[in-house]
Structure formats: C-alpha cells, structure tokens
Design a protein around this ligand. Structure first.
Ligand code: NAD
Length: 337
C-alpha cells in the first residue's frame, strides 16, 4: 500500500525502510510536518503515517479523506493531536503503536531525574572547560526519597517498580486504574492531592486528556512540598508552563526535568540553532539552572524505533488485508472536549 510518511527524519527513513523489507509497502517520505498547508502532499495516498506533533484536526482529516486517504497510521502511542471524532465521522480508521518499548521512556525518565538532581549536565559543561570545582554541584540521594508516579500504565509501572526495588524509594502512585502488582510490592495508591502533599519528586506518565490538562497548575504547586522536583516525559500540556515558571522563580520548586513542552510543536524535532526563538516562556525556562530540557527524545532507542516501524507498517498491512485492526483507536478513546 502507498504510505505518505509525514515529518520524516533520517532515523524514520532508516527504520521504516528496514522494517518494510518484511511488508513491501510503497513508502513516500515527506519532510514537512502534517498540517493544513501540507496535507495535500499526501496526494491521495491510501495510507498516511504521522507523528506526535503532526496536526490531525478535522480540516486536515477532511483534506486527506477527500483526496483518497483511507487510513491514518500513527507512529507513536499518544493521540492527543488527533480529532478522533472527526476521523470517525469521515470513516477514517486511526491506528497507533500502543506499546513499543516502555523501557525506552521509563529509563530516560529516571536518567533525566538523576541528571537533574545530581547536576550531571552542569558538571559535564564545566569539565569541558577544565573547571573541576565541585561548588554548586551538591545533589541528593535518590534512595529513601518519596516519589509520586502519576499514571502507572506501561511506562509509569516500570518507573515505579525501578524506583521502589532498584533505588529504594518510597513510591506513591495515582491512577484511575490501580495495579495489584505494584500494590503487592509496597507501592501505595493515594489521591492526587495526597501525592502532591507528600512527594519530593513527581514524575508524570498519564496521557493528556481534558481531565489531565494542566494537572500541575498554580494551585497544585502552592499545595505541594516546598522542594518539589518535577519530571515530565509524558505530554507538555500536563503542566501549565506559566505556573511552572512562577514556581521556579519563587523557589518553591527545586528542579524540573522536561522531555516534553506545552508548545513543543513549534520547536521540537527541528534544528533551530540559527533561528530566533520567539517563545518567551520556553526561553525563560532555559535560563533556570535547575531546569533540564530535552526535545522529546525519551522514545529514541534502537529497540523502540524498530518496534515502532514494525507495528506502524503491520497496522497498515492489517487494513490492506481486511483483517481486524488490533491497534485501532475506538470510540472509547474519544475524550469529551
Ligand atoms: P499507558 O496507556 O500504558 O498508561 C497510561 C496510564 O495513565 C494508565 O494506567 C491510565 O489509567 C493512566 N491515567 C489515565 N488517566 C489518568 C488520570 N486522570 N490520572 C492518573 N492516571 C491516569 O501509556 P504509556 O505507554 O505508559 O504512556 C504514558 C504516556 O507517555 C503516554 O500517554 C504518552 O503521552 C507518553 N509518551 C511519551 C514518550 C516520549 O518520547 N516522551 C514516548 C511514549 C509515550
């Protein structure tokens, strides 16, 4: 089947091409991100492939469907950028990669936490300038800390388990569905309020929905512990960026590690090193010594890219063969606006 792959990077081309040896689809690699302007580039391809910051609103989906696209295959797990109700109205199935390597994201989240709290990124910058002084680099042990994990699905469960069993943290969890396996190893489910009141570190692993949007806002930060550390490898809009900046300025927040950012669609995945960034909130975040930002790379391991490419293409093959679409997003995935 012809698949128009939007927002193609070198690694997408490499891993999709390798995986396609087992599928035989016709891959049309397009560099632009999918949005209202670029949607016509699909040019009637029966399948299109999109990523996290591609825009799949009603207008884009209508353009694609009108030109002949019959299936949308997301090469990611999250789908908050897709108007699923519009896709259903248009009879356009949307498939995704629900799980590829949760280890990739879980390991990165813990890596970010360690880098931030042990100031590894700052030490590296110093050593490159032959500055071996240790002043200002004092960290804290992770062992014995109270960590709150919000969302204990595939990724959050791994993070919770590793922090509990590997690092010896006290782990509190919050989720709409509790895991008996995590409870059995001593991870305690509490309300979101109790979690923020007690945890020294909070790491976010729930999806972005109307219920979770800005779950960290002014009020939550005010009610949290004074030395709160926040890690977000999930979706940027879980945090109200302005509230975060206020919390950092007032020194209420001890540190923040972000792999995702509310307005990342305008920035991430591109080399903007010669550009003027006009996002003042993002630029302000980068000025804090206790903020560490990466550009949505938690998923980026060889294993994950292989898994993503395979499932993305297998999803299209299922559609082509008329088989049930096991990874289709259904009506229960549509969140009320
Ligand atoms: P998952 O579906 O396995 O787990 C999500 C968990 O969040 C579920 O247990 C669910 O019950 C819970 N949840 C839903 N609503 C909640 C709420 N209101 N409060 C608390 N918990 C709630 O998903 P996953 O594979 O573990 O992925 C988690 C998130 O990580 C995804 O939503 C995605 O946005 C993000 N992600 C980021 C990257 C990256 O590269 N940074 C890569 C993959 C996934």
């Amino acid at each position: 089947m012809r698949i128009a792959v939007f927002g193609t990077k070198r690694y997408d081309r490499q891993y999709l091409t390798e995986a396609n040896a087992g599928f035989g689809h016709e891959l049309l690699f397009l560099e632009p991100r999918l949005d209202r302007v670029t949607a016509p580039l699909a040019d009637g391809a029966p399948a299109i492939c999109a990523f996290v910051n591609d825009q799949l609103d009603a207008a884009v989906l209508e353009t694609l469907a009108a030109a002949g696209t019959r299936i949308v295959s997301l090469r990611c797990a999250g789908y908050n950028n897709v108007d699923l109700a519009a896709a259903q109205r248009l009879g356009l199935p949307v498939v995704r990669v629900p799980a590829y390597s949760p280890h990739a994201v879980a390991e990165f989240a813990i890596g970010l936490l360690l880098a931030l709290d042990r100031k590894i990124h700052r030490a590296w910058a110093r050593v490159r300038e032959n500055n071996f002084a240790l002043d200002g680099l004092i960290g804290r042990n992770l062992h014995g800390r109270c960590v709150g994990v919000i969302g204990t699905g595939r990724i959050g469960a791994l993070v919770a388990r590793t922090l509990k069993l590997g690092f010896g943290c006290e782990v509190l969890a919050s989720d709409v569905a509790e895991s008996a396996e995590l409870a059995a190893i001593g991870i305690r489910y509490v309300s979101r309020e109790e979690l923020f009141a007690r945890a020294e570190i909070v790491t976010l692993h729930c999806p972005l929905t109307p219920d979770t949007r800005h779950m960290i806002d002014d009020a939550v930060i005010a009610a949290a512990r004074d030395d709160l550390v926040i890690v977000n490898t999930s979706r940027g809009a879980l945090i109200d960026t302005r509230a975060l900046i206020a919390g950092l300025k007032s020194k209420k927040i001890r540190g923040v590690a972000l792999d995702v950012y509310e307005q990342e669609a305008d920035l991430f995945f591109e080399d903007l090193s010669n550009e003027i960034i006009d996002d003042d909130d993002f630029q302000r975040l980068l000025t804090f010594p206790n903020v560490l930002v990466t550009g949505h790379q938690a998923f980026l391991t060889e294993e994950a890219l292989r898994g993503i490419a395979h499932t993305t293409l297998a999803n299209v093959s299922e559609f082509e063969a008329g088989r049930p679409l096991v990874n289709q997003l259904g009506p229960h995935h549509v969140h009320p606006k």
